[in-house]
Ligand binder design. Structure first.
Ligand code: NAP
Length: 266
């Protein structure tokens, strides 16, 4: 049996096992996908250990996407982004980034991206992938708790950095607001509230646990259009699946598995 998995901390909320196991079952692939909570200082051993144990592939989630690249041979895209979310084991340990395409496809389904003003909250692994993907088409603003990290990312993608406390100064001119921080993950918190938002915004929260985060609730209060992290999860997962198996991902089967999770009577 082929072994796949996701490493992160926290990782309990991850729906990747559900999604990938449904795809393996549908395609009669003898494989199983597990979730593994990894201690913060043991990432290297987790990656090298999985390789030694004959794992076929891993996804990498919060907070390891930037560090994990150091234990892989990244492809060109992952190297340019500076973070990975997918590892393929074989003769080499290969690193890939499918967050960029996942976020792009999810956002593109609900809005035009070209020439928009996009404010990204965060500068971690996911934010790096999104900033990279969107900066080719749109004007990017980055606001991160650790300002230096945000300004480094903004410089890299040709965007502008602003202090997190000062996003109010530009929010009126923002078309798309993206939360790429861990704020809201398994908690009822948000970096921005309804009084900070406006109805013409599209608010995309990468977090999908809970499926409607506090930020998305606040956005709905002002009539803004919202997008949760489920579609991104689906598209990045499909891209990882294709890297590992070389087979076209059964997207509708994977989406169905996630939908059943959120709606058991579905
Ligand atoms: P990460 O690399 O650990 O980055 C975390 C980011 O959150 C950093 O920018 C960090 O700022 C910021 N942050 C953490 N706590 C904060 C706080 N209290 N106030 C303000 N900022 C704070 O994590 P990641 O891998 O980029 O993931 C970010 C989020 O995206 C996670 O919730 C993850 O689940 C979600 N995600 C979803 C998908 C999907 O498919 N839907 C894919 C990827 C990621 P500092 O730099 O100051 O520490």
């Amino acid at each position: 049996m082929k072994i796949f998995g996701i490493i992160g901390n926290p990782v309990e909320h991850s729906l990747s096992p559900l999604m990938h196991n449904s795809a393996f079952k549908y395609l009669n692939i003898d494989a199983t996908y597990f979730k593994f909570k990894v201690d913060f200082e043991k990432l290297k051993y987790a990656v090298l250990g999985a390789d030694s144990l004959g794992f076929c592939g891993l996804n990498v989630t919060v907070p390891f996407k930037e560090e994990a690249i150091n234990y892989t041979n990244p492809d060109k895209l992952a190297e340019q982004i500076g973070a990975i979310n997918t590892i393929k084991f074989g003769k080499k340990i290969e690193g890939f980034n499918t967050d960029a395409i996942g976020a792009f496809m999810a956002l593109k389904e609900i809005t035009e991206i070209k020439d928009r003003n996009i404010l990204i909250l965060g500068a971690g692994g996911a934010a790096k992938a999104i900033a990279y993907a969107l900066s080719k088409y749109a004007r990017i603003f980055i606001a991160n708790r650790t300002f230096k990290k945000g300004s480094d990312l903004a410089k890299k993608v040709g965007g502008e950095s602003i202090k997190l406390e000062e996003v109010f100064n530009i929010i009126k001119s923002v078309d798309i607001l993206i939360n790429a921080t861990t704020v809201g993950l398994n908690e009822d918190k948000s970096l921005l509230y309804h009084e900070d938002l406006h109805k013409d915004l599209i608010v995309f929260d990468l977090v999908y646990s809970p499926v409607k985060t506090r930020l998305l609730k606040e956005a709905e209060m002002v009539g803004a259009k919202t997008l949760n992290g489920i579609k991104m999860l689906l598209y990045q997962g499909a891209a990882s699946f294709e890297i590992w198996t070389g087979i076209k991902a059964p997207i509708s089967i994977m989406e169905d598995a996630i939908s059943r999770f959120f709606d058991p009577v579905y």
